[in-house]
Design a protein around this ligand. Sequence first.
Ligand code: GSH
Length: 207
Amino acid sequence: MKLYGSPTSPYVRKARVLIHEKSMQVEFVVEDPWTDDSPIIVKNPLSKVPVLEIGADSYMFESQLVVHYLDHADGKSFNPRDPAGYWQSQWWQALGNGIIDAGIARVFENRRPENMQMAEKKEREEKRIDRAIDLAEKTLKEGNEFLLGNRFGLADIVMGVALQYTDFRYPNDWRSRAPKLAKWAAGVHARPSFVETQPPGFVPPAA
Ligand SMILES: N[C@@H](CCC(=O)N[C@@H](CS)C(=O)NCC(=O)O)C(=O)O
C-alpha cells in the first residue's frame, strides 16, 4: 500500500501515526493536492489528502475512511470491541476531528490577504477549539494513562494529532486550563509514532 499526502496535514498524520503504531508496510509518498495539475486528482476527484492506494488503480480517500481501512487491514483493530468502549472511542474521534477541522478553517482564514480576513471567522474557530478542549478536560478520567483507560487506541491518535496541530497552528496556553489533558498529551506525544511524524518546522512546547 501507499499513502499519499503532505507532511504538515493533520488528516494525513492520523494515518501515518496509525501505520507507525501497527508497524505496517505502507510507503509514504509526498504529493501536493493544491495545484490544478496535482497527481492527487486522478486518485481522488475531491483532490484532498490523505489518499491510500490499496491496489492497482484502487484508492481510498477521506481520512476517517483511510484510518478505518488501515485499522482493519491487519485484523487487529485499535478500537475497543465492547460496545461502550467502541462508542466512547468514536466520540473522542469526533471531538478530535472537529478540532482538526476548526484548526484548518482558521489556517485558511489566516492565509487570505490581510484586508479580506474576517476576525469573527477566526474567533469562531478558536472558540470551537477552546470549547472542545474544555470538554475533553472535563471528560478525561483522573489517572487514566489513555483516553479510554489503560489501552492506547484510535481515540488517542486522533485527539493527539488534533492537539498537536493546535500547538502547531494555533499555539495557546490550553495546558494551564486542562492539566489532565496536558498530562495525557505529554505521554502520547512522546511516543515514537508521534515524534517521527511531527510536521516539519514544528517545535513542541515544553510539556
Ligand atoms: N475531510 C477530509 C479533509 C482532507 C483535507 O482537507 N486535506 C487537506 C490537506 S490538510 C487538502 O488536501 N486540501 C486540499 C484542498 O482543499 O484543495 C479528510 O478528512 O480527509
